[in-house]
Design a protein around this ligand. Sequence first.
Ligand code: HEC
Length: 90
Amino acid sequence: MKKKIIQFCFPALLITTIILNSCSSSEKLSDKSGVQLWGENCSRCHSVPSPSAYSDYRWETIGTHMRIRANLTHYEETKIIEFLKTANEE
Ligand code: HEC
């Protein structure tokens, strides 16, 4: 009887821990600012693009394109694009 409890509790505890950990790490991710996300993600495949390189309109399009490439969430993309649009002085 005791063995059965251990057999059930251990995997259940493990799964709970994994789920809780993944939740807290995604919370941390969304705490990051647009500048941070831009610096960390947009330099992974090519040199990090300067905000002034594109107009607001073009950043919108590029944002969608790069969100898919970089596997970002919609929320992260919005933060990055908001930053790029305020920093490009257009
Ligand atoms: C997984 C790799 C990858 C990541 C991460 C990535 N890019 Fe790119 N990016 C590419 C590739 C490949 C191209 C060129 C081909 C294309 O446009 O699909 C490109 C092209 C671009 C261009 C040029 C578009 C044009 O019209 O010439 C810009 C600007 C750009 N990326 C911005 C960004 C920004 C901003 C981010 C961060 C949100 C980002 N990229 C993250 C792979 C990536």
